[in-house]
Design a protein around this ligand. Structure first.
Ligand code: AMP
Length: 189
């Protein structure tokens, strides 16, 4: 299966993705993690991306799509793909569509994890990652609602979007995700 997982920063995507990759046997593709890896390895891409991450702004689409394509070259054919925190812009969604076509791996579903902003701010305040300061949190939420929310419409129009209530325990949220993924798998055949 190919699944896109979308939600505001701090909605619990990382935790749920860990559970989901085991469940559907997929490779976890987090562009945030890929970018942090490039920064740690001090590559040209990492150097180009560092200031964007620090400020909570989106890294340029071309850079992200380049890193993504490099990652996809290393995927085992028997594994599905779980995209975490990608696509973040409509331009990236178009890029992903094109790339998946090249690999003959159509997207099954885009899951939107819904968590209210007040809850996000409460959760992120306790997480302690380098880009989790009050100011970047606000910027990243703002970026999410302005640049990433249109991606939800993109998938809604293509009848690929499923909304998941992200409030509750990890187990409760994952049960909702599993029910949704099971339904998609049944429909697919
Ligand atoms: P994340 O780990 O998904 O919360 O991403 C952390 C940061 O990496 C974001 O605030 C952005 O600066 C950058 N980033 C991650 N994924 C993308 C993407 N698909 N497009 C642009 N920037 C991204």
């Amino acid at each position: 299966m190919q699944i896109v997982f979308i939600g505001p920063p701090g909605a619990g995507k990382g935790t749920q993705c860990q559970l989901l990759i085991d469940y559907i046997r997929a490779a976890h593709i987090s562009t945030g993690q890929l970018l942090r890896d490039e920064i740690t390895a001090d590559t040209a891409e990492g150097q180009a991306a560092a200031s964007y991450l620090k400020q909570g702004q989106l890294a340029p689409d071309d850079l992200v799509l380049g890193i993504l394509r490099k990652r996809l070259e290393r995927i085992e054919p028997e594994h599905g793909l779980l995209f975490d925190g990608f696509p973040r812009t409509v331009n990236q969604a178009d890029g992903l569509d094109e790339t998946l076509r090249e690999y003959s791996r159509p997207l099954d579903v885009a899951l939107e994890l819904i968590v209210p902003d007040e809850e996000i701010i409460r959760r992120l305040a306790g997480r302690g990652r380098a880009d989790d300061t009050q100011e970047t949190i606000r910027t990243r939420l703002n970026v999410y609602w302005t640049q990433t929310a249109p991606v939800l419409d993109y998938y809604r129009q293509r009848r690929k979007l499923r909304e998941i209530d992200g409030l509750g325990s990890t187990e409760e949220v994952f049960a909702r995700i599993r029910a949704c993924v099971d339904a998609c798998q049944q429909k697919a055949g």
